[in-house]
Design a protein around this ligand. Structure first.
Ligand code: T4K
Length: 389
C-alpha cells in the first residue's frame, strides 16, 4: 500500500459554490444604481420566480435563513401543542418548534434512510398533536406517501424540513410539492446557497401570502392582523442566489461523479457502509455519508474522525449529538434512549466526508487511501500488541 501524506491545506466537508467575481461586481453595481437594498426588491422577486421554476413548486418565498423560515412555517400553519419529529437532524429543526412553544415529540428513524420511521408515528399521536415535521435527511426523501396518509387520517399538518433536498425529485415529482409547506436552507454550506437564506414552498396561495406577511412584521398593506417578525432576504444575497443558480446543475454533476468515485473506492472496506441512490429518486448529492461499524472496521467513528484530522481531512459528525440528547430536550419522555434505539445507534456511527464541486478526483482517491491506511495501521498495531503481550 502507498503511504499518503497529510493534505497541505485542510479539506473541509464542504465549500460554498462561488459565483464569478466579475459577474458579482456587475450584480452589485446594478443594486447600487437602484438603491433598493431590501424590502422585496427586484432581485428578491426575480429569485423567487427563478427558484420556484427550478424547484418545480407552485409558490416559493425566500427568507433570511432556514431556521427563521421553519419558525415562520409553524406560525403560518397555526401549529399548536405537540409536533412529531425526528431527533436525527440539525438543532434548528427542533429549536424552531421550541421557539413556537410547541412540544417536540421524537419518533425513531429508519435504519437505511435515517429518516423518520412512518410505522412508528401513529403510536405517538395524542389529542395535542397538530403536525408532523419530518426531515429529508441528507436529501433522501422521506416516505411521503405514508406520512401523508397518517396526516390525512388524523387531521394533521405536514411541514417538511427539506433543508438538504434542494432540487431533489421523487418519481419525477419535485420534493417541495409534498406536505403543506417545505423548508429549504440556502446556507453557504448547502449545495445551493444565498450565503445565508432559506425558502418556503407551498401549494396554496393563502399560505404564501401569510408567509410573506409574517416575514415582513405581519404587515398586509397598512394593516397588522397578526404579529410578524423580520425575516426578509436582502437584495445583495438574492443577487448572489441568482448567480449561484446558474452554476447549480454543473455543481450537482461534479458531486455525482465524486460520489460515484467514493462509492467505488470504499465499497469493499469491512465495517464501512455507504449511502446509495434510492429507487425513484433524483438526488442532489448534497452530502457523502459513511457509517462506521466499530467491530468490523476496527476503529469507531470518533477515532476515525480524529485520525482523519491528522491528515487535514475535516469531516463532520452530522448529526451527533442527537437533538433528543441535548440538555434542553433530554427531559422529554419521547427523548429516552429506549424510545430511539435506531437514532442513537446511527448518530454514534455516521461520518460526513468532504464533498463539493472544487474537490478533485485525486483528493477523493487520497481520502479513500488514507481511510484504508488508518484501518490497516490499527489492525497491524493491535496484532503486534497482542503478540508482544
Ligand atoms: N434543518 C436542517 C436539517 C439543517 O441541516 C439546517 C442547517 C437547518 C434546518 C437550518 O438552516 P439554516 O438556518 O442554517 O439556513 C452547518 C450549517 O451552519 C447549517 O446551515 C447546516 N444545517 C448544518 C448541517 O451545517 P456547521 O456547524 O457544520 O457549519 P461550519 O461552519 O462548521 O461549516 C462546515 C464546513 O463548511 C467548514 O468546516 C468549512 C466550510 N465552510 C463553511 C462556511 C459557513 C466554508 O468553506 N465556507 C463558509 O462560509 O453547521
Amino acid at each position: 500500500m502507498t503511504t499518503p501524506e497529510a493534505f497541505i491545506n485542510p479539506l473541509y466537508v464542504t465549500q460554498p459554490l462561488l459565483p464569478n467575481l466579475g459577474e458579482t461586481y456587475r450584480m452589485i453595481e446594478a443594486i447600487w444604481q437602484s438603491k433598493q437594498l431590501s424590502n422585496n426588491g427586484q432581485m428578491v422577486q426575480q429569485l423567487e420566480k427563478e427558484l420556484a421554476g427550478f424547484l418545480g413548486v407552485k409558490y416559493l418565498s425566500v427568507l433570511c435563513n432556514g431556521t427563521a423560515a421553519l419558525q415562520i412555517a409553524c406560525k403560518a400553519l397555526d401549529l399548536t401543542g405537540e409536533v412529531i419529529t425526528t431527533p436525527f437532524t440539525f438543532s434548528a429543526t427542533t429549536h424552531s418548534l421550541a421557539w413556537n412553544n410547541l412540544k417536540p415529540v421524537f419518533c425513531d428513524i429508519e435504519e437505511d434512510t435515517f429518516n423518520i420511521n412512518p410505522d412508528l408515528i401513529e403510536a405517538l399521536i395524542t389529542q395535542e398533536t397538530s403536525a408532523i415535521l419530518p426531515v429529508h435527511v441528507f436529501g433522501n426523501p422521506c416516505n411521503v406517501e405514508k406520512i401523508q396518509q397518517i396526516a390525512d387520517k388524523h387531521g394533521l399538518k405536514v411541514l417538511y424540513d427539506a433543508a438538504h433536498a434542494f432540487g431533489v425529485k421523487l418519481h419525477g415529482k419535485p420534493i417541495g410539492t409534498f406536505g403543506d409547506i417545505s423548508m429549504f436552507s440556502f446556507h453557504a454550506t448547502k449545495v445551493y446557497h444565498t450565503i445565508e437564506g432559506g425558502g418556503l414552498s407551498c401549494n396554496q396561495a393563502y399560505l404564501k401570502e401569510r408567509i410573506d406577511s409574517l416575514r415582513n412584521f405581519g404587515q398586509r398593506d397598512d394593516t397588522f392582523p397578526e404579529p410578524g417578525t423580520n425575516a426578509k432576504l436582502n437584495e445583495v444575497q438574492a443577487g448572489i442566489g441568482l448567480l449561484v443558480l446558474k452554476k447549480i446543475e454543473d455543481e450537482i454533476k461534479k458531486r455525482k461523479k465524486l460520489t460515484n468515485l467514493y462509492r467505488q473506492l470504499l465499497s469493499d472496506i469491512p465495517g464501512i457502509t455507504l449511502n446509495r441512490d434510492i429507487a425513484g429518486v433524483t438526488p442532489n448529492y448534497s452530502y457523502f455519508v459513511i457509517r462506521v461499524e466499530p467491530e468490523e472496521f476496527g476503529l469507531n467513528r470518533d477515532q476515525l474522525f480524529l485520525k482523519l484530522q491528522e491528515y487535514n481531512i475535516i469531516s463532520r459528525k452530522y448529526f451527533f449529538p442527537l437533538c433528543s440528547n441535548f440538555q434542553c430536550y433530554s427531559i422529554l419522555p419521547s427523548a429516552s434512549k429506549s424510545n430511539l434505539p435506531v437514532a442513537n445507534r446511527v448518530a454514534d456511527r455516521v461520518l460526513t466526508l468532504p464533498l463539493h464541486g472544487r474537490l478533485q478526483d485525486t483528493d477523493v482517491l487520497k481520502i479513500c487511501e488514507i481511510i484504508k491506511k488508518i484501518r490497516q495501521e490499527h489492525i497491524t498495531s493491535k496484532l503486534t500488541g497482542e503478540r508482544t503481550r
